[in-house]
Design a protein around this ligand. Sequence first.
Ligand SMILES: [Zn+2]
Length: 169
Amino acid sequence: MLRPILRLGDSILSEPARTVDAITPEIETLIDDMIETMYAAPGIGLAAPQVGVSLKIFVIDLSLGKDPAALHAMINPQFVEREGMQLEEEGCLSIPGFTATVARPKRVVVKGLNRHGDEYTIEGTGLLARALQHEIDHLNSCLFVDRLRGISRDLILRKVRKLAKAGKW
Ligand SMILES: [Zn+2]
């Protein structure tokens, strides 16, 4: 089932997500819905708070559904390693229409649970490293605009406020 994607300004996006205690049928349905919603958007990643559920879960698929091996659904992720630096353009399904250059580590290793409750790790460089950090940021109530310098951040926030005022957000 598709779920609506919340946008910047919604309070759930600025709450830290809670740890998942048990993988219930509801959690499995949530993961399936997140994958479907990510593909429909289309996007390469989605975090549970973006669909209004404040839990530590994200899905990522850089292949946009073309390669089953590229799909990751991770519960309670945490960083094991972070190194290097990359500067690339980044966007977010919760801030449609806006992108900015964001500095991120170049390589990360993330540890968490898969949907069956088994621990596994993902190692990512380049775009995968960026996507992993972007989604984990969502779980810590941080959006990409929060990683920008004051002026670039304010510019986006001002435009979003204007759109919201006009009923177009
Ligand atoms: Zn995002």
